[in-house]
Design a protein around this ligand. Structure first.
Ligand SMILES: [Zn+2]
Length: 134
């Protein structure tokens, strides 16, 4: 469980909020759970859009950096690039980098981000592995 500093909306005191990711229909979702140590105010956030940088960094720090590895070559490699490009809305530059990385360590991120991509690939029969790399 990752802890991020959070300013209480009610009293302005700073407490730690616990951050987590889960797999949603369109990628890794993030959740934030906060209870103010000063005034007792609580809130839970459950969001499907991109995980904010400071929350993602805290998750990477506590949960480690994970890599998505692919052995795909030939047409399967191109199919994998297409799936990952669409899943991540990649820029052309990122796509070029991704192409150069397969076969091998295609991408890295949080465990759940990589697992989500692994599921997307598996749906079209492409095997990949997710392992901790940092
Ligand atoms: Zn408070």
């Amino acid at each position: 469980m990752a802890i991020v500093a959070h300013i209480c909306e009610r009293c302005g005191a700073e407490s730690g909020a616990s951050a987590n990711q889960s797999i949603g229909p369109s990628g890794a979702m993030w959740t934030l759970s906060f209870r103010c140590r000063t005034c007792g105010y609580t809130f839970e956030a459950d969001c499907s859009y991109d995980t904010p940088e400071h929350i993602r960094n805290a998750i990477l720090e506590s949960g480690g950096v994970w890599g998505l590895k692919l052995a795909s070559t030939g047409t399967e490699r191109l199919k994998a690039v297409k799936i990952l490009r669409e899943a991540l809305h990649m820029s052309l530059e990122d796509v070029a980098r991704l192409k150069a990385a397969i076969p091998g360590l295609a991408l890295q991120g949080t465990r759940l981000e990589m697992q989500y991509l692994q599921i997307q690939l598996a749906e079209t029969g492409i095997t990949s592995t997710v392992e901790r790399i940092g």
